[in-house]
Design a protein around this ligand. Sequence first.
Ligand SMILES: [Zn+2]
Length: 478
Amino acid sequence: MHPRILRYALFVLCVTPFAADAQPSPALAPDVRQFVSVDAPVVVLTHARVIDGTGAPARAEQTIVIERGVIRASGAAGDVAIPPGARVLDLSGRSVLPGLVMVHEHMFYPSGAGSVYNEQAFSFPRLYLAGGVTTARTAGNMAGYADLELKRAIDAGRAVGPALDVTAPYLNGPGLPIYQVHALTGPDDAREMVAHWADRGATSLKAYMQITRAQLEAVIAEAHRRQLKVTGHLCSVTFREAAALGIDNLEHGLVVASDFVSDKRPDECPAGGVTASIAALDVAGEPVQSLIRELVARRVAVTSTLTVFETFTPGRPSAPQGALDAMLPEARDQYLRRRVQIATQSNSPWTALFAKEMRFERDFFRAGGVLLAGTDPTGYGGVVAGYANHRALELLVEAGLTPLEAIRVATLNGAQYLGRADSVGTIAVGKRADLMIVRGDPSARIADIANVETVFKGGVGFDSARLFASVRGRVGLH
Ligand SMILES: [Zn+2]
């Protein structure tokens, strides 16, 4: 049989029984539908450059068939039949990638007055989706039930946004000057808090800077009993201690590790911080390389959040114009004022720290470590959902990954970590049609990742520009 006919036959065979029980996507509320640019039972993408998320080289002149939200066929033009009646999009000059799966996202943004974070349940879900993020873990939650209710609204088609893996409110002991975070009283309290939020739908847990080993151990035990994973932005517990306790993921990487503070006391975040100890480190030296080997051996994932560290580092580019325009004027002023202060610091430790963090992440990745990507929209601002997700990929490439490796980190790796790789994370037949379409070729020029035109979520295409435009002046407000 001619290969084209054979493939069509297989295509028909695969499609027919499956289509019968395919679930219709939920009816979209008008507030969601206003951003939809492509919605048809069968959508075909033609003349596309496909970057499939596995790290494989880009393939030109590809055809992808999407039926009822699922990728039904994908291959070279001429090998994939175009079903009659399909909505056909000519993607000449464009690349198709899996929707991004990013794991250090938040629905909050710094408000400036002290350490207070405002929930951004209006602007951030739109911005994430506009930027091509179709799955996001909210790595820490300052608003109790809000992220869970937002997730339910998104899943039901009542709100725009990525599929969310919701992290419970932070697990932390006393000492953090953020009133939104409960101070754990002990291991029993920690276990109860995990159970409480897991029972209500949280699917990830995050330990924070002032947790004790005993509390963290209780968190991990309760989470793992429920097949849930635990990450941490740690300080009181070292990376090695947390790895030995069975933590699944460490946020931020080397620059927050307290392992190298010489007089560190157990269960305490050093009063002087960890910066001086990291600034004195040689990343190529045995202490760091041995930590990398330990994390790789124990399969502890590390989340890159170079985007937020870049804002602390003098001489680095500003948030892009789109992100500045997205900010509430007061939030923009606050960001730009602080940026000027940082630019005039003569001996900021961050110049060295930022370079060391990049080197650490590259070495960890090259050693076989599970590197994940996130943006962490905290600090003093300037890390804006959607825009920052693109920057995260650019910074991974600056750190030494190839564009294809960086894309894999931000797609397949995230999906595998979240246990969702059988439905998302790569472009493959049978997976959900969560895709981003960009002008240009990010496999050759990673900055092209920012040229997003359309974002498919479950086969429904959303207009990126319309989503971005809908939140101008809102970031920092809501
Ligand atoms: Zn964070």
